[in-house]
Ligand binder design. Structure first.
Ligand SMILES: [Zn+2]
Length: 477
């Protein structure tokens, strides 16, 4: 029997707000343990949470970018459970009335586009972190760090529309592109800014009844997500084929061994005893508020790619590479706006620019888009050769100096002076009687030898086009 996987993802995105969701504490990463805490995020009795408006703004923006309906009224709910990193004994989340519902995104796998439904997006607070002394099973002490407690999260829950591990990966990547382009989350999976749980079951081909699902928790890389799902699909099919039954449970992916292992029985919603949060009023969002956010919606990656190919005429491959990072896309667009040809700008951005960014990081880049446009202009005007342009680019990239100044300082200007080049060519021809003879006997290829000699004699500065013309003319005499 052939089986079809049915996958739904729950993605947690940590919002990039300066302060926490219900108090004024900083959200900055990497501080001393418990440095960013106050009575509210420590869960002291008698304190009251105050909602951070920016969290609502960011979530509305995400909802609009993923075609959701923004609820005119939504409420917070208490999700009750005990864990040492959760001092209140409950998490403030949203349950019955989330802020965004019924959206979708398009994903693309192997050139095929598919629409994945988004059930809901809601706001909630993160929990703290436990730090164990040594290995977990032999640890004699555990420490609690509550810097992360009360940091705002957005949970994006998909419909069970995903049908393969590749689609799950593409969906996760699409969501990452969106949050990064919106500027609401840094999209850093390794630091946990974007985390993913997957619900997965298999059903016989042709059936429309979903099988029993398992949940795989906390996958923090695109590769692990795909590997975990591939393993879990095989595991469930083998189990059913050998007469067994999939049980509803929560599993963990062991990335070293490449397997999922059972962690605990899956909780049901009623285990959490959700009830409306009595300390917070309902959130009412009117059309004005939504329109205000709509006006701030930036162009997303898909839209940028379509525009680059359609309006600027650059290849799809280039558009994909350039837009993989928002800062690079902005740099490219501004270079074109400064007057550079789009394809030439794209070659520079994907080549030298990307190479140096990778080597030295975005912060090291001192070059401005108009400086790159100027360098491209210098090559077009034959003022410098392509290789000299790369030297100028390197220098401008790290120093931010004016390209023409660098050109003068390094003496890289290309020599197009016909008289000077002709003198050099004549010297070479006189010094190479054998090669001249071969050329006159019809060996056209020997021309490359002469060009090479002239370029060498000029220190690479002679304009190769002019050199070629003069050589052909003199050799024809
Ligand atoms: Zn606090």
């Amino acid at each position: 029997m052939k089986f079809i996987p049915v996958i739904g993802l729950e993605v947690h995105a940590q919002l990039k707000t300066k302060s926490k969701i219900f108090c004024g504490c900083s959200t900055r990463f990497g501080a001393e343990p418990n440095a960013h805490t106050c009575p509210v995020c420590l869960g002291m009795p008698g304190v009251l949470p105050v909602l951070n408006r920016k969290v609502v703004d960011d979530t509305i923006m995400m909802g609009l970018a993923t075609n959701c309906r923004i609820a005119p009224e939504s409420i917070f709910a208490r999700k009750n459970y005990f864990y040492p990193d959760l001092p209140k004994g409950y998490q403030i989340s949203q349950y019955e009335a989330p802020i965004c519902e019924n959206g979708w995104v398009n994903i693309s796998v192997d050139g095929q586009s598919r629409r994945i439904g988004i059930t809901r997006i809601h706001m909630e607070e993160d929990a703290g972190k436990l730090v164990h002394e040594g290995a977990l099973d032999s640890s004699r002490a555990s420490f609690v760090d509550l810097n992360r407690a009360c940091v705002p999260l957005m949970e994006i829950v998909s419909e069970p529309d995903i049908r393969s591990p590749e689609e799950a990966r593409a969906y996760m990547q699409t969501l990452r592109d969106i949050v990064v382009y919106l500027g609401v989350c840094d999209g850093n999976l390794e630091e946990g800014s974007l985390r993913c749980d997957a619900n997965i079951s298999v059903m016989p081909e042709g059936s429309d009844t979903f099988g029993t699902r398992a949940e795989i928790k906390n996958m923090n890389s695109f590769r692990f997500l795909q590997q975990a799902l591939e393993y879990e699909i095989d595991r469930q099919i083998d189990l059913i084929d050998s007469g067994g039954q999939v049980v509803q449970e929560t599993r963990l992916f062991d990335s070293d061994k490449g397997v999922t292992v059972s962690m605990r029985g899956k909780e049901e919603a009623h285990d959490y005893r959700y009830f409306p949060e009595p300390d917070l009023v309902p959130i009412r969002i009117d059309e004005d508020w939504i329109n205000q956010i709509k006006d701030q919606l930036p162009e997303l990656r898909n839209e940028k790619m379509r525009r680059y190919v359609g309006e600027m005429g650059i290849p799809e491959y280039d558009a994909e590479v350039i837009t993989s990072d928002r800062e690079t896309a902005v740099f490219f667009e501004e270079t074109v706006a400064a007057g550079a040809d789009a394809k030439k700008a794209s070659n520079w951005v994907m080549g030298e620019y990307a190479r140096l960014i990778k080597e030295k990081g975005h912060d090291a880049a001192k070059i401005t888009p108009s400086q790159l446009a100027a360098i491209i202009g210098l090559v077009e005007a034959n003022t410098i050769s392509g290789s000299a342009a790369k030297q100028v680019f390197d220098e401008v990239f790290t120093t931010g100096k004016d390209p023409k100044t660098v050109l003068d300082e390094k003496g890289l200007a290309q020599v197009s002076d016909v008289g000077a080049i002709e003198e050099e060519v004549q010297k070479i021809l006189v010094a190479s009687p054998d090669q001249v003879k071969q050329y006159k006997e019809g060996n056209e290829k020997i021309l490359g030898y002469f060009v090479g000699q002239v370029m060498k004699a000029s220190g690479g500065k002679a304009n190769p086009k002019v050199v070629n013309e003069i050589l052909r003319r003199l050799l024809a005499d």
